[in-house]
Design a protein around this ligand. Structure first.
Ligand SMILES: Nc1nc2c(c(=O)[nH]1)N[C@H]1C(S)=C(S)[C@@H](COP(=O)(O)O)O[C@H]1N2
Ligand SMILES: [Mo]
Length: 392
């Protein structure tokens, strides 16, 4: 895709010279050309250190986004235990619990089945301005539909919940009332059987056409298009079917949101309900990632993440002025991140504040951070993210 965009850009330049530019769709996001420069952001925290190979968490430097697919060595990476070494040759994906026949699929078995490619963008539910929104990326994943595997093993009649375990494990605090147990835990997440049988979930073995990297879950991971990062279980080793809800730490304790609904939002207002919810589908979020100067004009680039609902609009506001329509990129697809560009006319020297907001076809609008004040926990921060830039 990046190569494609570069080719498209070369073409664009040729056509521009020939006065035929109008033939090319607006909004393609090419790599920075020789005569273009990045406009610096003045809001990057001093401590921000993206793409540090030694850090346990790798963040994407969103100022470097130059196409749909995040290169594998820049793709953000988060893990709760140390990254396990899984041997691809002896790997088996086990199906256990309420299945008609317990089964194991080797990497070769999976690769022999019908493969699907899907471009999926996702973010960690903890992504926020603190990490300059760098806990996000977009890749092309290749794999087998989860529904096809479930069909092959046969789902038991009582099964309602599908649990996905990674090969990573370690001691963790398990809290029950006032007691805390230190117990060996495996990374696990679950979803309902209904969600598992949808066509989207993918048991993936490749990222951008190459085998998964160790950071991204080699040899096999789950991809849940439209869901937050945590649902995409890496180093996938076992899929367990059961009747009851799965209540592991990463499902029922760590990854939840607590927010006030109704009433005034005052903690003592009986009309306000304090609702706890699971971290599942991504909340609508637009982020300005990059601003570039090209032949005296300024172009703002950004991305939108959401649950796959079509977008109605993405708008950009400069220094508190009127909201202006941004252009969605022609390379976007339903579950990719949605790239957008905005041509910033009349930018004057000095510091400016720019912000983006997205609205989807169901009318869901991206909140401001003030709108999120009733959210008590820090996950699912999809508030608008005003950026500061310096025009030279
Ligand atoms: N097995 C396993 N899968 C995991 C995790 C983990 O710790 N172990 N972290 C999750 C979280 S919190 C996120 S945000 C995503 C990050 O995916 P990435 O590292 O490919 O960017 O992986 C998810 N899958
Ligand atoms: Mo995450």
């Amino acid at each position: 895709m990046i190569e494609e965009l570069t080719r498209r850009e070369t073409l664009r330049r040729g056509l521009a010279a020939a006065g035929l530019l109008a033939l090319i769709p607006e909004g393609a996001i090419p790599a920075l050309a020789d005569d273009e420069t990045d406009v610096p952001f003045t809001d990057i925290p001093k401590s921000f250190n993206p793409n540090n190979p030694n850090a346990p968490t790798r963040m994407l430097d969103i100022r470097k986004i130059d196409g749909m697919l995040t290169p594998k060595d820049q793709f953000f990476a988060i893990n709760h235990f140390s990254r396990p070494d899984v041997d691809g040759a002896s790997y088996k994906l086990k199906f256990t619990g309420m299945v008609n026949k317990a089964a194991g699929f080797s990497l070769a078995d999976l690769k022999a089945m019908k493969s699907n490619d899907v471009v999926v963008g996702f973010e960690c539910s903890g992504n926020s301005p603190r990490s300059v929104q760098g806990l996000s990326s977009c890749g092309k994943f290749t794999g087998v539909r989860l529904s096809a595997l479930l069909k092959q093993v046969g789902v038991g009649t009582a099964a309602r919940e599908v649990v996905f375990f990674g090969a990573d494990r370690g001691p963790q605090d398990v809290v029950f009332r006032q007691q805390t147990f230190k117990l060996e835990q495996q990374f696990g997440r679950s979803c309902t059987l209904e969600n598992a049988l949808k066509p989207e979930p993918l048991v993936a073995y490749a990222l951008n056409g190459d085998p998964l990297t160790k950071e991204q879950g080699f040899p096999v991971r789950l991809i849940m298009p439209g869901w937050y990062g945590v649902a995409n279980v890496k180093w996938l080793s076992e899929i367990h079917l059961q009747e009851d809800r799965y209540l592991g730490n990463f499902q029922a304790r760590w990854y939840r949101t607590l927010r006030g609904v109704g009433g005034t939002g005052e903690e003592k207002d009986p009309a306000t309900q304090w609702v706890e919810s699971e971290i599942t589908h991504m909340q609508l979020k637009a982020v300005i990632a990059r601003v570039r100067k090209s032949a005296g004009a300024y172009q703002v680039l950004g991305f939108v993440l959401n649950d796959g609902t079509p977008l109605k609009s993405v708008e950009v506001q400069v220094d508190g002025g009127a909201w202006q329509k941004a252009t969605l990129d022609s390379s976007n697809s339903q579950y990719s991140w949605k790239l957008f560009t905005y041509r910033w006319e009349g930018a004057t020297p000095g510091e400016h504040t720019i912000v983006a907001r997205a609205t989807d076809a169901k009318g869901t609008a991206q909140p401001t951070s003030a709108d999120l004040s009733r959210k008590k926990t820090f996950l699912e921060d999809n508030g608008q993210f005003p950026r500061k830039v310096m025009i030279g």
